[in-house]
Design a protein around this ligand. Structure first.
Ligand code: SF4
Length: 254
């Protein structure tokens, strides 16, 4: 584990010298942003603090599996999505096999994921499009992936990063919330966070940031009542607009 860098943040440059891409950050900031070195240390610390996300094991280096699993994961907990994906992949793990299934068959296999009927139809539709327009291959660009039914920016970035192993930043609600709490940036939407991260986060951290922050957000930096008292990066976090969970007071021993 590298020696922790000094938590002393860098000096702010004046708003006039900031790039236009960072204008949203400079408008109302009252504190310096975290230094890139400190952010790197935070990501390395979090990477070592949690077990690997099961999505990685389920879909590693297989863009089609990443695509299907991401669509199934929308508004569905991992504990439900992972076994549902495994049941489906046993029967069909390529576009060719998938389009041969009836929607009802996919529905039964993936139930009880949320919106299982809509997702089953989306999986058939984009699998057919992959066969018709992409030679049965999953494209590796965000723009092409966004043409597939049921695919948004989060899924597209995961397919590029996790499936194809190319540089991509997948920003979901956890990445957006935690980056703002840490004081690494100041943004209003996940889309804005993605654009700022593309400019300031060193590329070696692009593929890891989603994995570690999803786990950190689910287990420690929760949306309400974050567990700052047990957080492995508490000393480096600026806790912007954070109200940590209340701890029960221990009764003094008699
Ligand atoms: S110290 Fe609190 S707000 Fe900061 S990352 Fe940890 S849990 Fe989140």
């Amino acid at each position: 584990m590298p020696k922790p860098p000094s938590p002393k943040p860098r000096q702010l440059t004046s708003p006039e010298t900031q790039s236009s891409n960072n204008k949203s950050q400079t408008a109302s900031v009252e504190r310096p942003f975290l230094d890139a070195n400190v952010m790197g240390h935070i990501l390395e610390t979090l990477n070592g603090a949690y077990d690997l996300h099961p999505m990685g094991e389920l879909t590693r280096n297989n863009p089609y599996k990443v695509l299907v699993a991401c669509v199934l994961s929308l508004r569905t907990k991992d504990e439900v999505m992972i076994p549902a994906s495994e049941r489906l992949f046993v029967v069909a793990d390529t576009p060719e096999k998938m389009v041969r299934l009836a929607p009802e068959t996919i529905e039964k296999l993936v139930y009880p994921v949320g919106f299982y009927k809509t997702k089953a139809q989306s999986i058939i539709d984009f699998s057919q499009k992959l066969l018709d327009e992409f030679g049965g291959q999953v494209p590796n660009t965000i723009d092409e992936l966004l043409t597939l039914k049921g695919v948004g920016r989060k899924t597209a970035n995961l397919v590029v990063g996790l499936g194809h192993g190319l540089p991509a930043i997948c920003v979901d609600t956890h990445v957006h919330r935690i980056c703002n709490r840490l004081g690494y940036l100041q943004t209003k939407t996940p889309e804005e966070t993605e654009m700022v991260l593309r400019n300031k986060l060193p590329q070696p951290y692009w593929s890891v940031i989603n994995t570690v922050m999803v786990l950190h957000g689910q287990q420690t930096c929760k949306p309400i009542g974050p567990r700052c008292d047990v957080c492995p990066v508490e000393t480096l976090c600026q806790k912007v607009d954070v109200k940590p969970r209340a701890l029960k007071k221990l009764k003094p021993a008699k």
